[in-house]
Design a binder for this molecule. Structure first.
Ligand SMILES: Cc1ncc(COP(=O)(O)O)c(C=O)c1O
Length: 240
């Protein structure tokens, strides 16, 4: 909704926080969408801070385009955040990086945030290096696995839990499930936790409007995914 987006930019907005690929809905933004978002940010002098941590987890038919790579004008107004922690499952090792091509913006970032962010530790740095230098084959296999899980999840919901609406994630390992039509009490999150012993992320933690949603992580083994889905189906079947 570009009209709404522009409206928000005009409210004394200094920075636009983009998440691409998007968590929780799994969208991977197309070039034309990114160009339009960026053009509006440039017009209203808004800095773009783009969280692209899921950028290596993109499925067939889609491509991750860093917004800062579109052209030099956008690049000069952008901060891109990235880390190997999602792709290679090494979050505990704490190593991330920011790409800030503009010298002055980089100075402000370092000056204001540098001390608070700390620095990478040697274990995290070594793991990141190993992942980026030698992890490509592993990542190719991971992507096939995740894409398969995405399809299994999608088909299972369509066939056996049609009351749930879901997006078809283009990337990430997250599915955003709309449970509004099921009227689950006290909330979809609590319902599935209590009745299926399946812990999903509570949609309400994503902000207003998320109350009837849950986020499901399908970055797991196929058997675990199927067991979780079966338990959810069974819990829904037992409702009075
Ligand atoms: C979109 C997004 N960005 C950033 C993070 C933070 O990741 P990390 O703590 O591994 O750097 C997360 C983690 O959940 C995330 O989903």
């Amino acid at each position: 909704d570009f009209d709404n987006f522009e409206d928000q930019l005009q409210r004394n907005t200094k920075m636009f926080l983009l998440c691409n690929p998007q968590n929780p809905v799994g969208r991977v933004y197309r070039r034309d969408e990114l160009e339009q978002l960026a053009a509006l940010c440039l017009r209203h002098n808004v800095i773009i801070c783009s969280d692209e941590i899921h950028g290596d987890l993109v499925f067939q038919g889609h491509r991750h385009i860093p917004i800062g790579s579109i052209d030099s004008e956008i690049s000069a107004r952008s901060i891109t955040l990235h880390a190997p922690s999602k792709t290679f499952n090494i979050a505990g090792l704490k190593c991330a990086f920011a790409v800030i091509p503009d010298r002055e913006l980089r100075r402000q970032f370092t000056h204001n945030l540098g001390v608070r962010l700390g620095s990478a530790n040697s274990l995290g740095f070594t793991a990141a290096l190993a992942a980026y230098q030698a992890g490509e084959k592993w990542l190719d296999e991971l992507l096939m696995h995740l894409e398969n899980n995405r399809d299994i999840l999608f088909e299972f919901i369509q066939n056996f839990m049609p009351g749930i609406r879901t997006t078809h994630p283009e990337g990430t390992y997250l599915a955003w499930l709309d449970c509004s039509s099921l009227h689950l009490k006290p909330s979809p999150h609590q319902f599935f936790l209590d009745n299926a012993r399946v812990a999903l992320n509570d949609g309400s933690t994503f902000g207003p409007g998320g109350e009837n949603f849950v986020r499901m992580n399908f970055g797991c083994t196929r058997s675990m995914l199927l067991e979780g889905l079966e338990r959810m189906r069974s819990a829904l079947g037992k409702r009075d």
